[in-house]
Write a new protein. Sequence first.
Length: 389
Amino acid sequence: MVSIPPSAYSAVPAEALAGKPVLDTINFIPQRDGPIPELFDGQLSTSEVLQRHLGTAHVVKVFNNITFWHLRSLARPPGATDRSALPIAGDDPSAKAAVTAFLDAIGYDTGDAGTLSSGGRRFAFGTRGFVAPYGGLNDERGTPADVTAIRAGRSVRADTDFLLSRSHGATGATVCCRAGSGPRVRDWRMRVRPCGLILRKGTRGELPAGFARTSTLYSVRPTVRSQCDAKVAFANAFQDARLRMKRESLPHAVFTDPEVGSVGLTEHAARDRATTSSRDSFPFERVEKAELIGETRGFIKYVAERDTHRLLGCHVVGYQGADLVYDAVVVTRAEGLIDDLALAVGVFPTLQEGMEGVARAVLRKAAPEEVSGPLVTAVHEGMRGGGGI
């Protein structure tokens, strides 16, 4: 078994391993390992580089997509219903057969991902098959994941898909779940009830991809928002107040896996109001912190008014999505600009850095003539407090 930094592969003794199966657990992480010429351009995988060095040995990629604590806790006897699988990749069938027998002996099924060239990349660092199927880095006990879950790049338990209704900015969120499943609500203050299927305009009679006719749409209404409504109503009725809720700056969240956090208008709602908007989205798998912690499902999206740059909405589907929208809550309540978020520099590596990147992308779309270079340095004429990083 070879478990070394990728830059040290040339120190592995080729002659001593000639003709033998070699288990390769190496992950190349550019942020950690630095530029390695053989790997940096992505033309070769770590296993291919190791195989080229070893010559007649038979390299099999395995163990690189699971943590050592999950490897210890998820082992199960043959026939167990919650037995997990580990993906392997290799070019020699006999070597893969030997590794398959070894994995079975230590408590795991095997998923053959193919050759070193193609298969080994499917569960490497930065992919959906890396760590996340077993629960991610924050799951100490681990989540069993069979071959189907490994190939899908998700946990067996992560079977909740969702569709935000077009009117959710004012009425709460709607979660669409696959047949036979339901949202795993972790917050006792969230009330969940089945309701009728709501489709977007123009999709009459159609269901989202992957959903059966028996799918259920769940309506989730946050208690905190209801409390705010009640307090305003009481103050206006009994304390002679003249308060008004800024509903479009009230956030809401759906505590499914992954989370949904949202504030303000969706792209469709902005379009319905005849607002010329600029928007952009960014997948979680491109946020480096998400890769590091194995939480790469989801996306980040901002919606802003094209002419004035006023922030209209922010929507996050992903790990800690409910937390990540808070900055946008502050900006929308102040009727601020997308510039306010684009000019802020996030800490590296954090999930917040991904939020910053999307804000900059939206600003570049709204005002390409004002933005240049890797950092946003322009100042919109309506922006408060000066410009610069």
